[in-house]
Ligand binder design. Structure first.
Ligand SMILES: Nc1nc2c(ncn2[C@@H]2O[C@H](COP(=O)(O)OP(=O)(O)O)[C@@H](O)[C@H]2O)c(=O)[nH]1
Ligand SMILES: [Mg+2]
Ligand SMILES: [Zn+2]
Length: 309
């Protein structure tokens, strides 16, 4: 016996956070059993996707999360006070959903992809409402640039079900999160993947004591074909987390090769002489819109209270 004879506390075992609402969480153990838990200790913070240690309290009255294991990565967003609020942890894939309506915002798409590059996690672009072929034509053309620089693009229709097989396959080996402007069809896609998603969400939310307010609880769902998806209300107007201005260039993956030709190793690709990235923009190898997007994001990071200039 390694435990002290006076303590009747059961030993902690490993689990994963599948729902969180403040100090109330739901942990799934290694056998797939779910336990309603309280975070022990004021400093503990847990989000969906976290790996945790948990145990029953000595009097068996409740379960306690005693530790959060180190995170592989964490997706965060600045809150109103400029502090980073973590939305989900241990993600391997960010899915940026775009659609012909509402009018697509490619600068926002760049920011989702930037967040994926910095996490780091795989990025997948999903063009939903693809059955609206006329309206989708222009967006499809714009997305060719993203394919060219190495991003995976899938077309789906949550309405007709087209493309859902390939989408489910792309989700299989990953823990993913859906990002995208309001109205692009994130909830509809999730419903296609998991027809009983609202029932599952309500059940898990009830376990966190938030039964009625299912829209405020983040939930990790297991997909029938394999893979997990985190459904979080916290990503509606998602903006990428604070990054150092030098990190912004890293978030634009196609700048990597031309940046090797910059005269200065700390080139910010703005007005410096001998800039490989600006030359690539002039020669057409880098999309001028993406370069403009880089400058906008850099300005945003410098102006924001979270940026460091
Ligand atoms: N035509 C079409 N409409 C869709 C498709 N997917 C979702 N919608 C509609 O788009 C609107 C917004 O969808 P919703 O799933 O709520 O988007 P969310 O805000 O991203 O969660 C709803 O009226 C859906 O019925 C699709 O593939 N094709
Ligand atoms: Mg929605
Ligand atoms: Zn440069």
């Amino acid at each position: 016996m390694t435990r002290q004879s006076g303590c009747r506390c059961p030993a902690p075992s490993p689990g994963r956070i599948i729902a969180s609402h403040g100090p109330r969480v739901v942990v799934e153990d290694e056998q797939g059993q779910r336990h309603r838990c309280r975070l022990s200790g004021r400093k503990l913070r847990a989000v969906c996707g976290d790996r945790a240690q948990w145990r029953r309290a000595a009097d068996d009255s409740e379960c306690l999360v005693t530790a959060i294991l180190p995170r592989e990565n964490a997706l965060g967003r600045p809150d109103k006070r400029g502090r980073v609020q973590v939305i989900a942890a241990n993600l391997t894939q960010l899915i940026a959903v775009v659609a012909p309506s509402p009018p697509p915002d490619l600068y926002m798409l760049d920011r989702y992809l930037a967040a994926a590059a910095l996490l780091p996690a795989r990025a997948l672009i999903v063009l939903n409402k693809a059955e609206l072929s006329g309206e989708a034509a222009q967006l499809r053309l714009a997305l060719k640039w993203f394919t060219r620089i190495g991003y995976a693009v899938l077309e789906t229709s949550a309405q007709t079900g087209a493309g859902m097989e390939a989408f489910a396959e792309a989700l299989e080996p990953h823990t993913s999160i859906l990002l995208g402007q309001s109205g692009v069809g994130k909830s509809s896609l999730l419903n296609r993947l998991l027809p009983d998603v609202s029932a599952a969400t309500a059940e898990i939310s009830a376990a966190t004591g938030e039964g009625r307010h299912t829209t405020v609880v983040s939930v990790l769902h297991h997909l029938p074909r394999g893979g997990d998806i985190i459904d979080s209300p916290g990503v509606r107007d998602y903006a990428p987390p604070p990054v150092e201005p030098v990190d912004v260039a890293r978030a634009f993956i196609e700048f990597g090769d031309p940046a090797a030709y910059c005269r200065f190793s700390d080139c910010m690709h703005l007005r410096e002489p001998g800039c490989g990235v600006r030359e690539a923009v002039e020669s057409g190898a880098v999309d001028p819109r993406r370069y403009e997007s880089y400058r906008r994001l850099l300005r945003l990071m410098r102006a924001s209270k979270w940026g460091h200039s």
